[in-house]
Write a protein that binds this ligand. Sequence first.
Ligand SMILES: [Zn+2]
Length: 129
Amino acid sequence: MKKPVKICKNPDCGVEIVDYKSSKREYCSDYCRNHHGHKRRCEENFEFIAQKKGLANNYKILKRYIDAGVVREDFDKLLKFGFDPKYLPQKYIDRTFSPNIAFHIIKDIIFGLDPVTNQVIINSVNNEK
Ligand SMILES: [Zn+2]
């Protein structure tokens, strides 16, 4: 019986695998198998590093406000300073912080966007009573 033609799973290759012994075969060659796995790991790692860097940068920007004793800032202004809402930790809702505002925590800073005023409320976790 003729085996179905497989396509190498390495997206940069895409060669047809006509002759193979195992039906589990996914790549045309060892090179493609290793290369694809390596590339995928690099991409995952890159995402992870970007997320970490983005968070650290957001923290740095918010920290400046905390240090200056400023607890509210226009969201647009934060964006101008390089704040990137793509990199935010998990969202919480806590009525003791603010009734309707979801907030995030990075290290010792708690912050959330007030949708009514489009301002970011910034607070130090240590100041929370
Ligand atoms: Zn291949």
